[in-house]
Design a protein around this ligand. Structure first.
Ligand code: HEC
Length: 168
């Protein structure tokens, strides 16, 4: 039994790292400087997002009681605004701020979650997106073809693996 458990856990570690590695190691992971100053970028949502507007939010992004703001860089802006069709072009960066709920209103900034449109082939099954988690100050805590993000964002395949645009 013990042997079986050990074998199973080794197998799951191996398969996870294979999956997370996707098309191979990432030689040039995105640096936090790529999204520094994002608050001066175009804002995607006109009203602060709260509740579960898509029905798939679950426990992500500070949950339905939290508050969210989304920004996009110049490269991705035309797609978010609907003047250009999906998919987003390479170099598009979308930054999402998630705020805690403090007595019913927007509390502290809890974290940043970021999607970076990488070169073709980076993650061919899921739109070549690099997913990033960062602290409020922009320090990256994890990044890559993050399984935890893909498991949900795959449901937004019709919008190139995103959920929200300027028309919501
Ligand atoms: C359980 C589902 C779920 C998971 C897991 C999830 N997201 Fe999201 N994400 C959403 C939803 C829903 C939205 C739409 C905005 C909203 O409701 O706040 C969103 C929006 C976003 C956006 C803005 C672009 C868009 O899709 O509209 C980014 C960037 C983002 N998520 C990044 C991430 C990253 C990075 C991870 C992993 C650390 C992650 N998400 C994990 C559900 C999820």
């Amino acid at each position: 039994m013990k042997k079986l458990l050990i074998t199973l856990s080794i197998l799951s570690i191996v398969s996870f790292s294979l999956y997370a590695g996707g098309a191979g190691e990432d030689a040039t992971p995105t640096q936090s400087s790529a999204f520094a100053g994002y608050t001066s970028w175009a804002k995607v949502n006109s009203k602060t997002i709260t509740g579960d507007v898509t029905g798939v939010l679950g426990a992500a992004h500070e949950r339905s009681k939290g508050f969210r703001e989304i920004y996009v860089n110049k490269i991705g802006q035309p797609v978010e605004e609907g003047t250009s069709d999906y998919p987003f072009p390479e170099g598009s960066i979308i930054v999402k701020e998630s705020y805690k709920n403090k007595n019913g209103s927007k509390g502290d900034l809890s974290n940043l979650t970021i999607m970076v449109k990488r070169e073709s082939g980076y993650s061919s099954d899921y739109g070549d997106w690099e997913f990033i988690m960062a602290k409020p100050d922009g320090t990256i805590t994890s990044q890559g073809r993050l399984k935890s993000c893909i498991s949900c964002h795959r449901k937004g395949a019709d919008k190139d693996y995103t959920f929200i645009n300027s028309n919501m």
